[in-house]
Write a protein that binds this ligand. Structure first.
Ligand code: BES
Ligand code: MN
Ligand code: ZN
Length: 497
């Protein structure tokens, strides 16, 4: 897919579909950007078809002849109520409809496209329309796979479109990884994927294997992976803007820590059969972290980025860790295991402590951590926790701009914190069902160095789309990646971007 920006009317030659987005209060002059003959047709068709540009409504106008075969109009709803996500949905929906009509080129006339952030949304929406995971079967004949090769955005902003394309590509890369089943991606293969990415993007990479983890005392990560035939590992990638060819030196350094459970069976505290389904997605945090560093390097962001992944497979076996085990984590704290299915927080414990050693300005972890978070917020809103109000607000603003809803949950209740107390160790790893997302976040806080701003994103359930919505098809969403990237772009402002 190639984006082009046309400052004026679409070149008719080769343009097969023209897409227009309109607010409900549209006027004839809103059609001035398109050739007058098409504008006349559009203007006459809308009242005839009773099209009012209501939010998310679509009108397809087939044309009798000429190179533009269809005009597709997308309703943006009330002008004052438009959110950034409406522009993503407009570009996505028009691109999908254009694909259904067999178009090889679509021209998009979307109001506000001159604006860089709106063009970024348009770029994201159009690029997300191309995503399918068809590796293991023939494409569904009912589905239209091929999207137009060329997307012309009338009066668009080139930089914004390119940013959007890179962000969506990072997201689709993460979705491809997350969609792979546990028999294809195990911790060793996740390492291979990280190495391939590092080689392609010129990133530094170091990987700690079991012997090294043992030497350093990363027993929490080791314990979780001990039941699997594939040992765990800690993967650390670094993006340094200047080393990677960006003109600007780093303005800030951020560590992204991703939960990387390539499969979560629950371990000896085995999950019921149905709850195990989609647990190949328990590595989504890691996939998001990898997609983030890929996109950040392509954007040339003037930010130093660490990506840290505790990769493991949680399996029951004779060598598996057990309920009642007491583990000493990397930072010296001892943990009594009362549920081997609360494994994510154990891998994150070591990964977070390691991340803090890099002395970043902030740590963001992203994890499919608790079913309780999904129970609290549903499967299209994710949880956000932080020890720092400023960082929390920064991430919430990025979330609002990204169309990925996050909701901050409190870490203030001392009665909940008490539930993490163990009679024989510093902590237990699970504190029951009530407030389960919060107690998980409180557990993690024990492994974050005091004074380092930290934000924890719980994407359990938002990571895996069961029924298509918005611009998501079924399967891995890589939810959260655009919020993190938007936060990084925000930090880079006044710099290279
Ligand atoms: N990976 C799961 C959380 C999860 C649940 C992700 C549903 C996506 C969808 C996590 O490791 C887990 O098993 N958490 C337990 C914690 C409990 C034992 C304290 C849970 O949520 O039940
Ligand atoms: Mn689990
Ligand atoms: Zn898990």
């Amino acid at each position: 897919m190639k984006f082009e920006v046309l400052s004026d009317s679409p070149r008719v030659s080769g343009r097969k579909v023209l897409g227009i987005a309109l607010f409900e209060d549209f006027a004839r002059s809103d059609l001035d950007v398109i050739p007058s003959s098409l504008a006349v047709l559009t203007w006459m068709s809308m009242p005839r078809e009773n099209f009012k540009a209501k939010k998310d409504s679509v009108l397809v106008i087939p044309l009798a002849d000429g190179e533009v075969r269809h005009i597709i109009i997308f309703g943006l709803g009330k002008r004052g109520e438009a959110a950034p996500d409406d522009y993503r949905k407009a570009a996505y929906s028009i691109t999908r409809h254009a694909a259904a009509k067999g178009a090889d080129t679509v021209a998009l006339a979307i109001p506000g496209a001159e604006d860089r952030t709106i063009s970024r949304c348009i770029g994201e929406g159009a690029a997300l329309a191309a995503y399918r995971f068809e590796k293991y079967h023939e494409p569904d004949p009912e589905d239209v796979f091929a999207v137009p090769a060329y997307i012309d955005v009338l009066r668009g902003n080139v930089d914004g479109l390119e940013e959007g394309r890179i962000m969506a590509n990072g997201q689709c890369y993460a979705r491809d990884l997350a969609n792979e089943p546990g028999n294809v991606i195990n911790p060793a293969v996740l390492e291979d994927s990280a190495r391939a990415l590092a080689a392609e993007k010129g990133l530094a990479i170091s990987v700690l294997h079991a012997d090294e983890l043992k030497k350093r005392g990363m027993n929490a990560l080791l314990s979780v992976g001990s039941g699997s035939a594939t040992p765990p590992r800690l993967i650390h990638l670094t993006y340094e803007p200047v080393a990677a060819g960006s003109a600007k030196p780093a303005k800030s350094s951020i560590a992204i820590v991703g939960k990387g459970l390539t499969f979560d069976s629950g371990g000896l505290s085995l999950k019921p059969a149905d709850s195990m389904l989609t647990m190949k997605g328990d590595k989504t945090g890691a996939c998001v972290a990898l997609g983030t560093i890929k996109a950040a390097s392509e954007l040339g962001l003037p930010i130093k980025l660490h990506v840290i992944i505790g990769a493991a497979e949680n399996m029951p076996s004779g060598s598996a860790y057990r309920p009642d085990d007491v583990i000493k984590a990397y930072n010296g704290k001892t943990i009594e295991v009362n549920n081997t299915d609360a494994e994510g927080r154990l891998t994150l414990a070591d990964a977070l402590a390691y991340a803090c050693e890099q002395k970043p300005d902030a740590v963001i972890d992203i994890a499919t951590l608790t079913g309780a978070c999904a129970v609290a917020l549903g499967d299209t809103t994710a949880g956000l926790f932080s020890n720092d109000d400023k960082l929390a607000q920064e991430m919430l603003d990025a979330s609002a701009a990204s169309g990925e809803p996050f909701w901050r949950l409190p870490m203030t209740d001392p009665n909940l914190r008490k539930k993490l107390k163990s009679p024989i160790a510093d902590l237990v790893n699970s504190a029951g069902r009530y407030g389960g997302a919060i107690t998980a976040a409180m557990f993690l806080e024990n492994f974050v160095e005091k004074g380092i701003p930290w934000c924890h994103l719980d994407i359990a359930a938002t990571d895996f789309v069961k029924e298509p919505y918005s611009y998501y098809i079924k399967g891995a969403s890589a939810f959260g990646i655009r919020s993190i990237l938007t936060c990084l772009i925000g930090r880079a402002k006044d710099g290279a971007i």
